[in-house]
Write a new protein. Structure first.
Length: 157
């Protein structure tokens, strides 16, 4: 799996997980919690989670741009600054957390417990293929500063 580290676009991982969720919801109707897109819970939770995820991810990107560093998931070694302000005071990965919230919103829309395997798979893949390698590079690049930051702020929430 190491050959895939920092090579698979995180949105592609989540798109694949979203497709898997759709398939699971169709293939396993016995795990249905409510009808797909049911109002108000299916739509309300879906929109609320997706909107919260978008805002969180956008806030993370804003801080990256303010710090004039890279947000490129394929090149964390190009980071010129360790961003620890704004939303980064609460999570080390606001963009990935935002994507996870969007997947949870999709699960709420689908209304099927089996669809929750998608967000779980996304977390496992992102931790292994993206976040772990990014953290190794940031630890090497920002040494003690990153160690202090990682000790104070959780990876996800």
């Amino acid at each position: 799996m190491r050959c895939l580290e920092l090579r698979v676009p995180p949105p592609l991982i989540d798109a694949a997980c979203a497709a898997l969720m759709w398939w699971l919801a169709d293939a396993l109707p016995a795990f249905g919690l409510w009808p797909r897109g049911a109002w108000p819970f299916g739509w309300g939770a879906a929109l609320g989670l997706a909107l919260t995820g978008f805002i969180l991810a956008a806030a993370g990107m804003r801080e990256i741009h303010r710090a004039r560093t890279t947000g490129n998931p394929f090149a964390p070694q190009r980071a010129s600054a360790l961003v620890t302000v704004g939303v980064y005071r609460y999570t080390r990965n606001p963009m990935y957390l935002g994507m996870l919230l969007a997947l949870l919103g999709w699960a709420a829309y689908l209304g099927n417990a089996a669809a929750l395997l998608g967000p779980l798979l996304s977390v496992l893949l992102l931790n292994r293929l993206q976040i772990g390698p990014e953290e190794r590079i940031l630890r090497e690049r920002f040494t003690e500063g990153y160690a202090r930051y990682a000790a104070q702020v959780r990876r996800w929430v």
